[in-house]
Write a protein that binds this ligand. Structure first.
Ligand code: VGL
Ligand code: ZN
Length: 208
C-alpha cells in the first residue's frame, strides 16, 4: 500500500513567507501531479503557538540561525513561522487537498520543536501519524515537501526506523539551506539510512 506524505506545504515556507525556502512553491504542481498514483495521501502541518521557543524572538538578544540548547537538545532558532491559525500556517491554496485523508499537526508544545511528522524532536510525544499509517496498512511511504533538510529529512528517517519502506521524492522537495549544500547533505544522510531517493518521473513511470 503506497502512501504519500506531504510535509509542511505551507505559505510560510514559500517565497514571501516568514521562513521562505527558495522555490518552495515549485513543489506544489509536482505534488498535484503525482497524488493520483497513491492509495493514501496524508499531510503534516507545522503548527506553533505564538510563544514557541524555536522562535528567536522569544529569546532576548537572539537572532534567527543561532543555535541554543532547549531541553538538552540543540535547537536552531527560526523567525516566527507557522503560528497557529495564521495565514502563514495554511497549506498552500494551490495544493490539491481533495485526496488528503488526514492532516497531522506538529510543533504545538512550546518547549520542544517537532521537525518530524511522527514525533517531537525529543521523541517523547508521537503525533499519531505512525499508528495511523500502520492501521491503514501502509507499507511503502513516500515523503516530500518542505523542507528537505529539516522536516522532510526527519520525517523520512522516522518512517524508515518505524519499519516502513521509505522513499524521498527529491524533486517534490526543497531545502532551507541555512548553509549551502544542506539539502544535498540531508539527501545523503537519508540514503545512508536506507531511504530510497526517487523523482516524480520515476513514480509516474512505475505505475502507468
Ligand atoms: C521546518 C524549520 C522549522 C520545516 C519547520 O518544515 O522543515 N523547518 N520548522
Ligand atoms: Zn517550525
Amino acid at each position: 500500500m503506497r502512501t504519500l506524505i506531504l510535509v509542511d506545504v505551507q505559505n510560510d515556507f514559500c517565497p514571501g513567507g516568514a521562513l521562505a525556502v527558495s522555490e518552495g512553491n515549485a513543489v506544489v504542481p509536482i505534488i498535484n501531479d503525482i497524488q493520483k498514483y497513491f492509495d493514501l495521501v496524508v499531510a503534516t502541518q507545522d503548527w506553533h503557538p505564538r510563544d514557541h521557543l524555536s522562535f528567536a524572538a522569544n529569546h532576548a538578544g537572539k537572532t534567527p540561525g543561532e543555535v541554543i540548547e532547549l531541553n538538552g537538545c540543540p535547537q536552531v532558532l527560526w523567525p516566527a513561522h507557522c503560528v497557529q491559525e495564521s495565514e502563514g500556517a495554511r497549506l498552500r491554496t494551490d495544493l490539491d487537498t481533495s485526496r488528503i485523508a488526514r492532516i497531522f499537526q506538529k510543533g504545538q508544545h512550546r518547549e520542544v520543536d517537532s521537525y518530524s511528522g511522527f514525533f517531537d524532536n525529543d521523541h517523547a510525544t508521537a503525533t499519531g501519524l505512525g499508528d495511523y499509517l500502520h492501521e491503514q496498512g501502509a507499507t511503502a511511504v513516500y515523503v516530500c515537501g518542505l523542507a528537505t533538510d529539516y522536516c522532510v529529512k526527519f520525517s523520512a528517517l522516522d518512517a524508515k526506523s518505524l519499519g516502513f519502506e521509505t522513499y524521498l521524492i527529491q524533486d517534490a522537495s526543497r531545502g532551507v539551506n541555512l548553509q549551502s549544500g544542506d539539502d544535498a547533505a540531508a539527501i545523503e544522510e537519508m540514503r545512508v539510512a536506507g531511504v530510497t531517493i526517487v523523482s516524480s518521473a520515476d513514480i509516474k513511470a512505475d505505475i502507468q
